[in-house]
Design a protein around this ligand. Structure first.
Ligand code: MG
Length: 230
């Protein structure tokens, strides 16, 4: 079956094979032309949804979801980009399935690469870590155990819309999870939605990056972007 034939969030859809990505590693300095969005010190590059300062907790070099305060959103806007971001889900793990360490990296505000504790945690394939949420499961499950730092390296090409609002080019995304390829130039089929088939709505050429508060105290560190010239 091709991707589009599986019902959204189908529990029958095969789970990707598990790959051990090796032990967690300390972060390395970003490249010289990177736009650093979080260096472990403060969230000055981020805001809340109502434009007030970001309320997530910053300590010991990471930012942790302050549950109930909502997402954090970059003050800058981006189109196509290379993104590096590190995350760790709570340990000991709490909850099951989508309730365990859920967060998400929303490219251009609307396209979620799922963040979830997918280490020995059963959920639907298109909702596990490294999935284009609700659309495309990761090629493999390269998750580390909860509490350990994990990396995403993402290459995202923004969608393009014709002047009448129809899609000229779909967005595409390549994702390395802990250095392992999990999305290979995957076509994004529309805005991230829950339990529904995605579709596009036109939007500007640049939009903020958005990190999700899904009710779990997941942590982030070492976030930087390199813009991809168009
Ligand atoms: Mg999520």
């Amino acid at each position: 079956m091709t991707a589009q034939q599986w019902p959204v969030h189908s529990m029958d859809r095969p789970r990707p094979p598990v790959v051990d990505p090796g032990p967690e590693r300390p972060p390395v300095p970003p490249p010289s032309d990177a736009i650093v969005l979080f260096d472990g010190k403060d969230l000055s590059q981020w805001r809340s949804q109502d434009s007030t300062p970001a309320k997530w907790l910053v300590r010991d070099g990471y930012a942790e979801v302050a549950v109930g305060t909502g997402p954090i959103i970059t003050r800058r806007e981006f189109g196509s980009m290379q993104l590096h971001i590190e995350w760790a889900t709570p340990t000991p793990p709490k909850g099951e399935g989508q309730e365990r360490g859920n967060s998400g990296v929303f490219l251009m505000t609307h396209y979620e690469i799922q963040v979830l504790d997918s280490y020995r945690n059963e959920t639907y394939a298109d909702g596990q870590a490294g999935a284009v949420y609700g659309q495309t499961p990761p090629l493999v499950n390269a998750s580390r155990p909860p509490g350990q730092w994990q990396t995403y390296d993402i290459l995202f090409h923004r969608p393009r819309f014709a002047s009448d609002g129809t899609v000229r080019d779909s967005a595409r995304v390549t994702v390395l999870h802990n250095g392992v390829l999990v999305q290979d130039n995957t076509v994004i089929t529309g805005w991230t939605v829950h339990a529904a088939r995605a579709r596009y709505q036109p939007h500007p050429d640049r939009l903020p990056l958005f990190l999700q508060d899904h009710g779990n105290p997941t942590r982030y560190r070492d976030i930087w972007v390199r813009e991809v010239k168009e």
